[in-house]
Write a protein that binds this ligand. Sequence first.
Ligand code: CDP
Length: 209
Amino acid sequence: MIIAVDGPAASGKGTIARALAAHYGLPHLDTGLLYRAVGIGVARAGGDPDDEADALAACGFDIALLGDPALRSEEAGPLASRVSRHHDVRAALFERQRAFATQATGAVLDGRDIGTVIAPDADAKLFVTASVAVRAQRRHDELLAKGEDVDAAVIEADLVARDERDANRPEAPLRQAEDADLLDTTDLSIGAAVQRAIALVDARLKDRT
Ligand code: CDP
């Protein structure tokens, strides 16, 4: 069974994907981390994230980089979004994601294009959203908890700019797949959002049988 979870920045998709993976006993891949690794790799190499060749050169990163806390920093998000626009970068990361999705155990993947490009054949697809204000607040709380005190207005501006870039790129833009269920978490606690996500997936699985 493949579960695809997509949505804009800080919508709660990562938390929901992890909870679904635990609930159904499936491995989970946060695909945003791959793009964050490329973005941070380019920056560390002194390259230009807007340059396709520089970004492609960072795609062969060591798997250990995925555990680096710098990937989850506020500065890594926009870098990831910039490198993720390049065709060659998306192509270089495609196989790794597709192999994870199609492993025998089944899998949960979260990102921007899982239901549309990486696993259009997924058994259940969720598109997780929340208002910009709530998403900015959540990201602010998350960063504060890690001791990173970034101005709330800066975070909100980053989310809006990133969503805009992700939704308007020519390749694999952020969008809800036609057969995805929409889950708006604006007014939901984490527990309530997870319960709703499980109910939506269960309904899809029942439909299938
Ligand atoms: O955690 P957050 O939602 O802020 O971001 P993320 O999921 O870690 O993704 C960081 C960036 O990587 C996004 O803004 C996208 O530009 C890019 N990305 C993508 O293009 N395709 C994916 N499947 C996942 C992430």
